[in-house]
Design a binder for this molecule. Sequence first.
Ligand code: 5GP
Length: 114
Amino acid sequence: MAEETVFGKIVSGEIPVEILAETDRVIAFPDINPQAPVHVLVIPKATQYRNVAELAAGDPETLADMVAVAQSLADELADGEFRLIFNSGAGVGQTVFHVHAHVLAGDLKENALV
Ligand code: 5GP
């Protein structure tokens, strides 16, 4: 069984977050350490996918849902334009091994950690 991550605890409700968007498959909530004026994380409710390639292979509909939710958030919270970042691997800065999309809008902080 996959090791439980902090995002698994967010999905189960053990760690409370402000839910900004939710579908049957995904939830979105603010990043705890924002790197831009809008910095939201979109994650699948399913906990078994560690990175975007695993999700694309195993459940592409959920990946499409994540992109659609990112666009809705950017429409709601910014001017509709956004960056979508999936870190994949510890060597490029992934720290939580439950696939997640960083949705960023507005100017990134100098030396942003995404
Ligand atoms: P990664 O570096 O794995 O791509 O991104 C993980 C992100 O999760 C980081 O930007 C970090 O700030 C965020 N994060 C880690 N723990 C929590 C948490 O408990 N709550 C929220 N809202 N964000 C978290």
